[in-house]
Design a protein around this ligand. Structure first.
Ligand code: FA5
Length: 341
């Protein structure tokens, strides 16, 4: 007749378990107690006097719990010892990142323009002065060429170098215009997304490193009317809501006439807020008809061809789209912010 008192069985079980070393032996003991000792307690249960039933029942359940837990623990140790791998276990779900909101915005712009026949091209971030300034009709004394606005690259004997040799971090994607037109002749329609750098103080809407989207269309009879139609269609597709657009006369050395394109501020609904500098409008791009001197830099016949160009801030577009009031959030690396997109 087997021992029926769960407390005594437990004592004996723990002692036996302690006396053996290998997982194999421990497993055998757990199995024996589960199949024999515990079963015997349960099968004798019905014959116990009513007063005993509660005590033994509680003890038997505790014993069962203990035996099962020990068995699990032994199995775990055994897995570690043998390097056992259960390939049927569900895998750990990988933590997926998401695409940065600025990259998402860039891709969206590329999609919209590609449907209007524009090809996406790229250019170098480390540029020379000629493509960034001279080829774009930006004269030697233009303020943009000052140290305060542009990040120039230190070079030995820089003074003696030509503007094609003097390096800088490009301040605008417009630098790619002449690079492209030297190798590709009209008709052409391209967009150039990319990172640009400016040596300036940061605030809600200005960063020293930000993204632009350049557009260039050159052909016969290309006019301001073409620009308005294309850019209007772009904004309509991008925002899919009623944002207002306005063109303001402006000046760029590489376009004539030139204008700024503003979009109504979606954050304050034109009431005026810190993101729009209290004006109700956010400046998103500069634009104009390509200056003949720029076409000539690329040896394009100005009696035959005209074109328009524009350069917009991708960050500003993302701010308007997602109602973000500080451009610096894009670069802060705060996952709580970035995971929302
Ligand atoms: C230019 O950079 C011209 N290359 C645009 C252009 C292209 C004009 C082709 C004509 C023809 P601007 O400096 O205004 O222009 O900058 C263009 C856009 O970049 C601005 O409208 C704004 O949306 C964005 N931008 C300018 N500076 C900053 C900055 N510091 N931080 C974030 N976005 C900026």
């Amino acid at each position: 007749m087997k021992e029926q008192d769960p407390k005594l069985i437990k004592k004996r079980f723990l002692k036996e378990l302690k006396d053996v070393k290998t997982s194999e032996e421990k497993k055998k003991i757990c199995k024996k107690y589960l199949e024999e000792d515990l079963s015997s307690v349960f099968s004798s249960f019905k014959n116990l006097p009513a007063a005993e039933k509660a005590r033994v029942g509680r003890g038997a359940n505790e014993l069962k719990q203990l035996l099962l837990t020990k068995m699990e623990m032994v199995k775990e140790t055994e897995k570690e010892e043998t390097g056992w791998l259960d390939v049927t276990l569900p895998g750990k779900e990988p933590i997926l990142g998401n695409i940065h909101p600025l990259t998402q915005m860039q891709k969206k712009c590329e999609d919209i323009f590609s449907k209007m026949g524009f090809v996406t091209i790229e250019g170098p971030e480390l540029e020379n002065e000629w493509y960034n300034f001279d080829a774009l009709n930006v004269k030697e004394d233009h303020p943009a060429r000052e140290m305060q606005d542009t990040l120039f690259v230190k070079q030995k004997g820089r003074e003696g170098l030509t503007s094609k040799e003097k390096l800088l971090m490009r301040t605008q994607t417009s630098a790619v215009q002449v690079r492209y037109m030297e190798k590709n002749k009209p008709p052409l329609r391209v967009i150039v997304p990319g990172r640009v750098f400016r040596n300036e103080a940061t605030d809600n809407s200005h960063e020293i490193n930000f993204y632009q989207l350049e557009g260039l269309m050159v052909g016969e009879d290309v006019s301001v009317a073409n620009f308005k139609a294309i850019i209007g269609s772009f904004f309509q597709n991008l925002f899919a809501t009623d944002v207002e657009i306005r063109l303001r006369p402006s000046y760029f050395p590489f376009t004539e006439p030139s204008f700024e394109v503003d979009v109504s501020c979606s954050i304050c609904k034109k009431k005026g807020c810190s993101a729009c500098q209290r004006t109700g409008w956010i400046e998103v791009m500069g634009a104009g008809m390509v200056h003949p001197n720029v076409l000539q830099s690329a040896k394009i016949d100005t009696s035959k061809f005209t074109g328009f160009a524009f350069g917009g801030g991708v960050d500003r577009l993302a701010m308007i789209k997602h109602e973000i009031n500080d451009i610096r959030l894009f670069y802060g690396g705060d996952l709580r912010f970035l995971k929302q997109f």
